[in-house]
Design a protein around this ligand. Structure first.
Ligand SMILES: Cc1cc2nc3c(=O)[nH]c(=O)nc-3n(C[C@H](O)[C@H](O)[C@H](O)COP(=O)(O)O)c2cc1C
Length: 407
């Protein structure tokens, strides 16, 4: 995806800057040309020599540098903005985020951000202490940058340099390279372009008490792949997801929920406006009838857990939808034929059902591959053999495109 692409990598003064030589190496390995622009603070955290060596170009920092890639007849801060196919800022500090938001222009990174051609994608990977990330000013600045078209790569959760544990880590370089590849992958002309699509993904958690829950092995990978592919085809995608540890696909609006009831509440906000609803979440069918507030104490007696039915999110969408809205579901079994999937198609009045078997090795939950049997409302059956979930998402959306009402 990145062969011959010109990438500006803006590196800021956060602790995660130590990961950027590896990030540059991955970009180079993927075939890209990389020009590093470092802030003065960045070079307190990572050596200029390392970045220059792995990128095979001098690191630019000073606004008044004279040599760099691009058209020799123009000054560098302009030529760089023209040369780039994408601008990646990783790690993006709270400080630089604020400066970009304000339109400041006093180092190479901030000037190039402004001179970048408007059709060139920008990816910002914020990385900072969890409290900083949650602060109203950082939230506000990030929202403003997103509103002007920058894509944000959500930080990962985990151990932070501050000693805290939580949200704020820069995503691993592999995830950043993948996101840039996605941004630059040419979108096929698709009937999904401009449509409103809602995808549900991941498991739900149904509380037993304050520390325990019922759930399943769903990783969310299939749903995220579908959301990513729909966004690539130009759809406006809302991804309502249960608890998963996956990077939000570029250009997708993500809504995190925990229980089936919360998933219904979040998804139903879009029932009226969406053109296509894809239920890929593994929603728990049942929940404990009366979750306990604190932790249930152990004693010698046996314990019974009474379960009640959860709402049927896809069923509710299908039942209330207006003509032209398309409803797609997944049916997962641990074996057997497609009878159950056909029954689900009928019962929930779906336009298409994707049947998959959980074999714990190459299909179903958790793994990166899957195999699907697609059954549509006209009874057509399409067998998709084992392949990466990203590729399957493409084939699934190809089939869904055939069912869309002509516009
Ligand atoms: C040890 C240390 C670690 C830091 N880590 C971060 C960080 O991860 N994220 C962040 O936004 N700021 C961090 N800062 C603060 C920035 O370095 C500071 O705001 C600086 O002005 C950023 O400059 P820049 O945005 O021009 O690179 C850290 C500071 C120190 C001293």
């Amino acid at each position: 995806m990145l062969t011959g692409k010109n990438i500006i990598l803006g590196v800021c003064g956060g602790i995660a800057a130590y990961k950027t030589p590896h990030l540059v190496r991955l970009f180079k390995k993927a075939g890209a040309n990389v020009q590093v622009l470092a802030t003065a603070s960045a070079l307190e955290f990572v050596s200029e020599l390392s970045l220059a060596t792995v990128s095979r170009r001098p690191v630019l920092r000073d606004l008044f540098e004279l040599e760099g890639p691009g058209d020799d007849d123009k000054t560098m801060h302009i030529t760089l903005g023209e040369w780039a196919d994408a601008f990646v800022i990783a790690p993006a500090t709270a400080n630089t985020i604020a400066r970009l938001c304000a339109g400041l222009c006093d180092d190479m990174l901030s000037v190039c951000f402004i001179t970048l051609r408007p059709d060139k994608p920008v990816l910002i990977a914020p990385a900072m202490d969890g409290h900083m990330y949650g602060s109203p000013s950082v939230r506000r600045n990030l929202a403003a940058l997103a509103a002007q078209g920058c894509r944000l790569l959500e930080p990962a959760s985990g151990e932070l340099a501050s000693g805290q544990c939580g949200l704020g880590r820069m995503p691993e370089p592999e995830a950043i390279v993948e996101a840039v590849g996605e941004m630059l992958r040419p979108a096929p002309a698709s009937p999904l372009n401009g449509l409103n699509v809602v995808v549900t993904a991941g498991p739900t958690r149904e509380k037993i008490d304050g520390v325990r829950f019922l759930s399943n092995y769903s990783s969310g990978k299939m749903g995220f792949a579908v959301a990513r592919e729909a966004a690539r085809r130009g759809a406006v995608v809302r991804l309502v997801t249960g608890p998963v540890s996956l990077v939000t696909p570029a250009g997708v609006e993500r809504i995190d929920v925990e229980s089936a009831a919360e998933m219904l509440e979040a998804a139903s906000r879009f029932f009226g406006t969406c053109d296509l609803f894809i239920g890929a979440a593994a929603v728990a069918d049942y929940r404990p009838e009366a979750p306990v507030q604190g932790k249930i104490k152990k004693d010698d007696a046996e314990m019974e857990l009474r379960l009640v039915r959860n709402p049927d999110i896809l069923g509710e969408f299908s039942a209330g939808r207006r003509p032209g809205q398309i409803s797609v579901g997944f049916a997962l079994e641990t074996g057997g034929g497609i009878g159950y999937a056909r029954e689900k198609l009928e019962r929930k009045r779906l336009d298409l059902v994707a049947f998959n078997v959980y074999d714990g090795v190459s299909t179903g939950f958790e793994v990166d591959t899957n195999a699907l049997t697609l059954i549509d409302r006209d009874g057509n059956v399409t067998e998709l053999p084992v392949m990466p979930k990203d590729a399957l998402a493409g084939q699934l959306l190809d089939s869904i495109e055939q069912l869309l009402p002509s516009r």
